[in-house]
Design a binder for this molecule. Sequence first.
Ligand SMILES: NC(=O)c1ccc[n+]([C@@H]2O[C@H](COP(=O)([O-])OP(=O)(O)OC[C@H]3O[C@@H](n4cnc5c(N)ncnc54)[C@H](OP(=O)(O)O)[C@@H]3O)[C@@H](O)[C@H]2O)c1
Length: 297
Amino acid sequence: MDILVTGADGQLGHWMRNVSSRSGDRYVFTDVRRSADGKVDMLDITDAQAVSDAVGSLRPGVIVNCAAYTDVDKAEDEPEKADLLNRMAVGNLAAAARDSGAVLIHVSTDYVFGKGSCNVPLREDSAGTPACVYGHTKLLGEEAVKASGCRYVIMRTSWLYSEYGRNFLKTMLSLTASEPEVKVVFDQVGTPTYAADLAGAVHAMIESREYEGKYGIYHYSDEGVCSWFDFAVTIARYAGHSACRIVPCRSSEFPSKAVRPSYSVLDKGRFKAAFGMDVPYWTDSLARCMRNMGCMD
Ligand SMILES: NC(=O)c1ccc[n+]([C@@H]2O[C@H](COP(=O)([O-])OP(=O)(O)OC[C@H]3O[C@@H](n4cnc5c(N)ncnc54)[C@H](OP(=O)(O)O)[C@@H]3O)[C@@H](O)[C@H]2O)c1
């Protein structure tokens, strides 16, 4: 079977490339620009004709969409750009999947939740309550997939990090190495997810073909719960950055353009019941990532 991966130069896309390297399926990796090493072809998913042509000629069994507009604060200033990529372009992929008979595995976010406060892990059927442009456009992207009539699996995930691209882990590694003190919010609670773990779960789903007949929305994050403050403290401890004092603060002391959820822990019960996969605990995965990066013994 052929598998088309979009956004293959991002965090998750990179890990899709790593985990599928020994697959018997043929993976075709694409991103908005061709990579220098030629391993990633160009496919701009906002270009409906290009998407239709690519899917029409490849006839993939599965399309994995890892592409997104992911700059949460910048999206507040560029809502049209976020909408184009997170809603319109997702509609292009879903239409192409429907027309060609491919299954679309689309990745979404815990930020489809966020208005109001709660302290119960969020289920797939909990109503979307996005509090920022990014979350709103991602929710509309999910709705475009559902409305298209294609067979789909939507994987909502949270707090993605990896050795690739820009993310909280890398920011904290840099700040805690150079600053005497760093303030981090303790009133936003969720679960960090190593992109390797999510890519591994998606890849296992494709290898086993277990997605067949199990279409719908699933929640996938690593196991456990923490605040961004806890995440930062653990990063600094693992890196041995003991000279930096990490101070918990409230979101109100740390104004950002986008309003983020105060609690966005995802309930993974449906995913575990459907696919029977073990989910790693977040600190174990963080240690694995930091060892891969060479910043932990
Ligand atoms: N990052 C998180 O904390 C987080 C949390 C929850 C859910 N998610 C979701 O998880 C998924 C993967 O996130 P990620 O962190 O791996 O994202 P990422 O690192 O930002 O990667 C997205 C990739 O898509 C590419 N892209 C941009 N415009 C495109 C276009 N028009 N056509 C094709 N590709 C395009 C980007 O290229 P450029 O870099 O050149 O723009 C980038 O390589 C996304 O759906 C995201 O919403 C992420």
